[in-house]
Design a protein around this ligand. Structure first.
Ligand code: ZN
Length: 445
């Protein structure tokens, strides 16, 4: 596709050739990104509040300082922590099935929760509405879906609809066979939440055959006040404005959260290392932001942006958010339809002959969504968009493991991220910030 840039964005296509060659050469000639990726995966699943997450924060604080060549600032975010204990389902014939509590599930009472099971297939809000009064007091069984694509209905949406309709419990079965329980977070642990569990495809199929019968589920967990840390490294440009390059630190405990999101973290490190000596000569600076508690409804970035003095927040002019961007071929930018962003991306990559897909409808599935909510142009880079056979189908399961990610995918993703950030730092003008009305139009509320 030929792209004609509006005049005000043309400088983004004019990153100096030597600069592009330097950055791409550094990323492709070094094995460092593979080493970082392996080291991050080796810390484990990084579920917020666990020793694995703390170990990852220490590793990343050290590596980010080295990669950016500047001290790292640590920001403590208080939040309501939760520890997962056991969970399981007893079917109508008394057979036990394994299950994995969704994040922040309330515990069931002594003896478990017993209620009729109602299989609603996908479990879209329309299907839940259609089931009417049958939902009240029932344990709903719905299906997880391929998350990175058109038409995906998020687990959280299904859970909230089920809860609002009076369901007593919520089960979500993996859409991928292979005895892989699925996880994720659902409610916020406040009163009115309902017990929620992730199941394997096979357990979902076994239970579906008993729809209408009474089953029993049990889940235990513990809430306590905690703190998580976000990490920041800032390299100033000639003017105070900053482009934010972000990725989330935390993950889930079923595997080592390799695709989601060791890939994003490794790419932030590689991109910072590749551009750090170039940024001081450019118009804008770059801030690497590693956010925590993303998997808990984006808490870490939400608190960070909310707590920033408005003068500081006004300096943030673009967010490039890296989440699950290797493990499949093909990169896509989720632009939320923010004005000018798709053209900016095309222009920034044009000198290299690279191009990536863009998807405009708002997807509030990663930290870029909080930048959008503050009127800051933001996009998420991800891999495997609308490629349900790709390895991205293993997100949130025990199969999100390092061998799913090829080194060339990591390097390509880091290259695209670095070029986009650098163009953001260099461009004479960027896609404009936007007001509350545009935020409402984009986010639908
Ligand atoms: Zn993620």
């Amino acid at each position: 596709m030929r792209v004609t840039l509006p005049p005000e964005l043309q400088e983004t296509a004019m990153l100096r050739r030597e600069m592009i060659e330097t950055v791409l050469g550094r990323i492709w000639a070094s094995p460092r990104i593979n080493e970082d990726f392996a080291a991050i995966c080796a810390t484990g699943g990084r579920f917020s509040g666990t020793a694995s997450e703390k170990a990852a924060v220490e590793l990343l604080a050290k590596r980010l300082a080295e990669a950016a060549g500047t001290p790292v600032r640590r920001e403590a975010i208080p939040y309501r922590g939760w520890t997962r204990h056991g969970a399981g389902v007893t079917d109508a014939r008394g057979r036990e099935h394994p299950a994995h509590a969704l994040g922040r599930s309330p515990s069931t009472p002594e003896g478990g929760l017993e209620a009729p099971l109602l299989d609603l297939g996908r479990g879209t809000p329309e299907q839940i509405a259609e089931a009417g009064e049958k939902v009240r007091g029932a344990i709903l069984l719905v299906r997880h879906e391929y998350m990175i694509g058109t038409g995906h209905v998020h687990r959280r949406k299904k859970y909230e609809t089920a809860r609002a309709a009076g369901a007593a419990g919520f089960l979500i079965a993996c859409n991928e066979p292979g005895m892989l329980p699925v996880t994720g977070s659902a409610g916020d642990g406040e009163p009115g939440n309902i017990p929620c569990l992730g199941l394997s495809y096979e357990t979902g199929a076994a239970l579906a055959a008993q729809s209408g019968s009474r089953i029993r589920l049990h889940v235990a967990g513990e809430f306590e006040a905690r703190e998580a840390e976000n990490l920041f490294a800032t390299i100033p440009g000639r003017e105070p404005e900053l482009v934010v390059l972000s990725a989330h630190i935390d993950g889930h405990d079923l595997a080592c959260s390799a695709i989601d999101n060791a890939t994003g973290l490794a790419c932030v490190l590689a991109a910072m290392e590749a551009i750090r000596d170039l940024v001081p000569g450019l118009r804008r600076g770059v801030q690497a932001a590693m956010f925590n508690i993303e998997e808990w409804a984006l808490l870490g970035s939400a608190a960070h942006l909310r707590n920033l003095p408005s003068g500081e927040r006004d300096k943030l002019v673009l967010n490039v958010n890296l989440d699950s961007l290797a493990g499949a071929e093909g990169l896509t930018a989720l632009t939320s339809g923010a004005p000018g962003v798709a053209d900016f991306i095309a222009g920034a990559l044009a000198p290299t002959g690279l191009s990536i897909g863009t998807y405009a409808p708002f997807m509030g599935n990663s930290d870029h969504a909080n930048f959008i909510r503050h009127g800051i142009p933001a996009f998420r880079l991800c891999a495997g968009f609308d490629a349900p056979q790709s390895n991205m189908r293993f997100l949130l399961t025990p199969a999100d493991t390092p061998e799913k990610v090829a080194p060339h995918q990591l390097k390509l993703a880091a290259s695209v991220a670095a070029l986009l950030v650098l163009a953001g730092c260099a461009a004479e003008t960027l896609p404009p910030r936007f007001g509350a009305e545009t935020v409402r139009r984009i986010t639908g509320g």
